[in-house]
Design a protein around this ligand. Structure first.
Ligand code: AMP
Length: 141
C-alpha cells in the first residue's frame, strides 16, 4: 500500500517538522531570536527578514497547530488572543495600524509549519507610507 498521495503526503511531512519548529527552538532559548513580548500562551518575535518597516510574528507557544485553519477549528480563543496581541504590538511598536497575514500552506509561501501571524506596520511618526506593505503578495498574477 502506498502512502498518502500528493499534497496530503507533503502536509504530513510538513506537520512532522512542527515538533522542532524554529519558533519552538527560539522560545526554548536553543537558538537566538528577539522575543519582544510574551503571555502565558503567545509570544512575539521580530522577523529576521523584515518585509515591512515593522515586521513582527505573533506565535502560539504550542506547536500543535500547523496553520490558522487548524487553530481556528480547535482553539478559537487562542486565535483571538493572537489578534489581541497583534493589535497591542502595533500600538507599542508601530503607529497602531497594521496588516495581519497568515500564510497557509506551502503554496501560499508558508515555510514554518507552526501557525504564526505576520504583523506588518509603519513606525510611529513615519513621514511617508510610500514604501507600502508589500508582504502578502503571492507573486506575479
Ligand atoms: P512563513 O513563510 O509565513 O512561514 O513565515 C516564516 C517567517 O519566519 C519568515 O518571515 C521568516 O523571515 C521568519 N523567520 C525564519 N527564521 C527566523 C528566525 N530565526 N528569527 C525570526 N524570524 C524568522
Amino acid at each position: 500500500m502506498n502512502g498518502p498521495p500528493g499534497r496530503l503526503a507533503q502536509t504530513v511531512e510538513f506537520r512532522d517538522m512542527a515538533e522542532s519548529s524554529i519558533f519552538t527552538r527560539i522560545l526554548a532559548g536553543d537558538i537566538p531570536g528577539e522575543v519582544l513580548h510574551e503571555t502565558d500562551r503567545v509570544f512575539v518575535l521580530r522577523d529576521i527578514a523584515p518585509k515591512a518597516p515593522v515586521h513582527l510574528l505573533v506565535i502560539p507557544k504550542t506547536a500543535e497547530y500547523i496553520d490558522v485553519v487548524a487553530l481556528a477549528a480547535a482553539e478559537p480563543d487562542l486565535l483571538a488572543e493572537m489578534i489581541e496581541v497583534a493589535s497591542l504590538m502595533a500600538t507599542v511598536h508601530a503607529d497602531g495600524d497594521f496588516r495581519l497575514v497568515f500564510n497557509t500552506g506551502m503554496g501560499a509561501g508558508q515555510t514554518v509549519p507552526h501557525v504564526h501571524a505576520h504583523v506588518m506596520a509603519h513606525p510611529q511618526g513615519a513621514d511617508s507610507h510610500a514604501d507600502g506593505l508589500t508582504e502578502g503578495s503571492l507573486g506575479d498574477a
